[in-house]
Write a protein that binds this ligand. Structure first.
Ligand SMILES: Nc1ncnc2c1ncn2[C@@H]1O[C@H](COP(=O)(O)OP(=O)(O)OP(=O)(O)O)[C@@H](O)[C@H]1O
Length: 328
């Protein structure tokens, strides 16, 4: 199976307003896939369509090669069972304990009491919340609440986990720990993860592939690292980083690094060439544990050949640009 989720030409409107326009999106098994877009762009609506809880006007969605539908037939429930979902507001029941919240889906599916108990214990241990089994949601932290929600979403052993702004209500450190947990779920349990967010760093740090959605349309899809390196217009629209003009007697290069060693070349260059340059902006990051990023440098146009030859010789990726990406 090459696609675990296959969204084909999905269009959806609310009250005659088109919310999703001809959406095409495919996710391979085992991927962590990011869907990013500004508020109101249609991310949550698309997730709900994939989850089978929202009807759409036209198009098709296949989960593991099976067409999803909205009836309550056994087949449709079976497909939906393969998908777990977590939300920004955790959606836990206050009158139930942590243990009972996690057990809910198993109860709905009429799982035996013994099996339910074992499964809940196993999940609580996996997500690190065994010590709060008897507490109610109001007695635990935001990060712990999301762990409860994750355990509940995993209770029926889904193949796919949909995360709708799952870290948006959390502080940066808690966000990091929840993202680590999602990675672990992906690797250890072989669950395909879709992350919907408006937070760039979430996508950059964990997603292999991504799509950018703008006003209900997918503007670009592909490898996360490549998209961030290219910084295409749809990404600029989300990040707010726009292009600005530069003076004509200067040459500007966008130097793309794909390893830590690459970055050292820039520091030796002025000494080796006996010529200087200015750094206009630098954006070095750890994408999925790899050091990558772009540095924009500017120098006198007369040194162009010298500097370009040097970078070629050192096998550093670069491109000449005529306007620069930066904060407006
Ligand atoms: N039940 C509904 N009835 C009418 N309009 C809706 C409904 N749900 C969503 N919309 C509209 O659809 C558009 C897309 O909403 P959606 O929640 O999918 O966007 P989003 O990208 O997830 O935004 P956010 O990040 O703010 O949650 C918005 O204009 C929203 O007002």
């Amino acid at each position: 199976m090459t696609k675990i989720i296959n969204v084909q030409n999905v269009t959806k409107s609310y009250n005659k307003q088109i919310i999703l326009k001809q959406i095409n999106m495919t996710v391979k098994p085992g991927e962590i896939y990011g869907l990013i877009g500004l508020s109101g762009s249609g991310k949550s609506t698309l997730l709900r369509c994939i989850n089978g809880i929202e009807k759409f006007d036209s198009g098709e969605i296949h989960i593991e090669n099976e067409l999803i539908s909205y009836d309550d037939s056994i087949k449709s429930r079976r497909i939906k069972k393969r998908i777990g979902m977590i939300f920004q507001n955790f959606a836990l029941l206050e009158r139930k304990t942590v243990f009972e919240n996690i057990a809910l889906p198993l109860k709905c599916w009429k799982e035996e009491k013994n099996k339910t108990e074992n499964r809940v214990k196993e999940l609580m241990e996996f997500v690190g919340i065994s010590h709060i089994a008897g507490k109610r949601p109001s007695q635990i932290s935001g990060g712990q609440k999301q762990r409860v929600a994750i355990a509940r979403a995993l209770s029926l052993s889904p193949k796919i986990l949909l995360c709708d702004e799952a870290t948006s209500a959390l502080d940066p450190n808690t966000t990091k720990s929840i993202l680590e947990l999602l990675k672990e779920i992906n690797r250890k349990l072989n669950i395909t993860v879709i992350i919907v967010t408006h937070e760039m760093e979430v996508i950059r740090s964990v997603c292999d592939k991504m799509s950018i959605i703008e006003n209900g349309e997918i503007k670009i899809s592909g490898d996360t690292q490549e998209i961030f390196l290219m910084n295409p217009e749809p990404l600029q629209n989300v990040t707010g980083k726009k292009r600005i003009q530069l003076s004509e007697d200067k040459t500007v290069l966008k130097i793309s690094f794909t390893s830590q060693e690459d970055t050292a070349v820039l520091s030796y260059m002025p000494q080796d060439l006996k010529t200087g340059f200015s750094i206009l902006s630098a954006d070095i990051d750890n994408y999925n544990e790899k050091t990558t990023g772009n540095v924009f440098i500017s120098f006198k146009a007369e040194n162009k050949a010298l500097i370009m030859n040097y970078l070629l010789e050192k096998k550093i990726m670069f491109s000449e640009i005529f306007d620069k990406e930066g904060d407006e």
